[in-house]
Design a protein around this ligand. Structure first.
Ligand code: RFL
Ligand code: PHB
Length: 391
């Protein structure tokens, strides 16, 4: 068994783990990041695309925004489409000038990995059998296998940034209270090699089901349609996906441009929160602690907020010996988590066709959509949640 020591052991090289690593590095705190997948796999995974200003600011603090500043696309609004009409929600106008930035999570992750490796900092891909120990006392450590050998990593603190299917949350299951909701639908998403047909994101309510028009760049569209949670992607040749997208987004005087499909997949939808987000010296951050359905574009942004709070708490602890911020870590994160949980659930309920639902449900959704697109206070509420509430 090879022994090693660091200050913070970070499990998971997603946006949460990698950003935490950079923030700590910049504060002079050592960390080792362990990831069970390969670098290629992590850099190819297509996920979120909408960054709140607070997320961009944090990446700036982490020193990884050179490409984001060049390639990120600032949006000042979104559209809600229903009943054959497209309505604009002017996010910036309603929130005192705040906006969102379109830049793929995949690109954020690539930038963070490059920064970490360029700085010569430890980031181990393809580790296996990761297990966390000793966090109930003062001497936590992580064991894992790498390059055919067994390793032990001693540390002061373990950051569980290993996503929803990771190992850190299950080991403290008995001290956690969990809250969850499964939705009876999923999203089928495609990345297409075609310029976006709309200048801003379009969230579509339709009798056939929800559809979303998003983008990754001036030449790449990202499009989603509501589907069954267990939908078999093999049943969806490209022509059928485009047909469905056309049907759900049709609008007089506007048309959806098609292009080669570069990637496609189905993702289930759930809401989930585990409380508290800490046990002893083990801290959970990001999807390891909570999940939101993607309709509010909040998952990545929440993960970034968690690691900001955690980094500040660790810096305070190492620099001044004060544990106050570490002790309040969970409570400080959960306030924002629950706001995002509500917003994501609300957007999801307003925009998706509920299987088994009836016309009454649809009438309520349409009434709510009409309200948020005609009442300035209602639109403002949506806008301030969408761009991300201030602390
Ligand atoms: P991640 O990204 O899942 O990273 C966790 C990492 O841990 C690794 N891992 C392990 N490593 C070592 N040992 C183990 N035992 C391990 N088990 C797992 C994993 O391989 C992985 O590399 O979690 P993190 O960092 O908390 O980041 C969270 C975000 O990825 C997630 O919330 C967002 O992608 C959610 N999301 C969106 N969020 C937004 O803010 N805006 C959006 O527009 C948005 N769109 C989306 C989304 C998620 C989607 N999917 C695929 C669920 C759209 C979609 C379709
Ligand atoms: C995306 O571009 O992947 C995206 C955008 C907005 C969402 C969810 C996903 O609400």
């Amino acid at each position: 068994m090879t022994h090693e020591r660091t200050q913070v052991a970070i499990v998971g090289a997603g946006p949460a783990g990698l950003t935490l690593g950079q923030l700590l590095y910049r504060a002079g705190i050592d960390a080792v990041v362990l990831e069970d997948r390969s670098r290629d796999y992590v850099e190819a995974r297509i996920r979120a695309g909408v960054l709140e200003q607070g997320t961009v600011d944090l990446l700036e603090r982490a020193g990884v925004t050179e490409r984001l500043q060049r390639e990120g696309i600032v949006h000042h609004g979104i559209y809600l489409q229903f009943d054959g009409e497209r309505h604009h929600i002017p996010l910036s106008e309603l929130t005192g000038g705040r906006s969102i930035v379109i830049y793929g999570q995949t690109e954020v992750v690539k930038d963070l990995i490059a920064a970490r490796l360029d700085a010569g900092l430890p980031l181990r891909f393809e580790v296996s059998n990761v297990a966390v120990h000793g966090f109930e006392g003062g001497e936590p450590f992580v064991t894992y296998e790498h390059d055919g050998g067994e390793r032990r990593l001693d540390c002061d603190v373990i950051a569980g940034c290993d996503g929803f299917h990771g190992v850190c949350r299950p080991v403290i299951e008995r001290v956690l209270r969990t809250y969850s909701r499964e939705y009876p639908f999923g999203w089928l998403g495609i990345l297409a090699d075609v310029a976006p047909s709309s200048d801003e994101l379009v969230y579509n309510h339709h009798a056939r089901g929800f559809a979303l028009l998003s983008l990754r760049s001036p030449t790449r569209s990202r499009l989603y349609i509501q589907c069954r949670p267990d939908e078999d992607i093999a049943d969806w040749p490209d022509e059928r996906i485009w047909e469905e997208l056309h049907a759900r987004t049709a609008l007089d005087g506007w048309s959806l441009e098609e292009g080669p499909v570069l990637e496609k997949g189905v993702t289930g939808m759930r809401s989930f929160v585990a409380e508290p987000m800490q046990h002893g010296r083990l801290f959970l951050a990001g999807d390891a602690a909570h999940i939101v359905p993607p309709t509010g574009a909040k998952g990545l942004n929440l993960a970034m907020h968690d690691v900001r709070v955690l980094a500040d708490a660790l810096i305070e602890w190492y620099d001044n010996g004060r544990a106050g911020l570490l002790d309040s870590y969970s409570a400080d994160c959960l306030r924002r988590v629950w706001r995002a949980e509500h917003f994501s659930w609300w957007m999801t309920s307003m925009l998706h066709r509920a299987p088994g639902g009836d016309e009454f449900d649809e009438k309520l959704q349409l009434s709510q959509l009409r309200y948020v697109t005609t009442s300035t206070p209602a639109a403002t509420s949506l806008a301030e949640n969408y761009v991300g509430l201030e602390e």
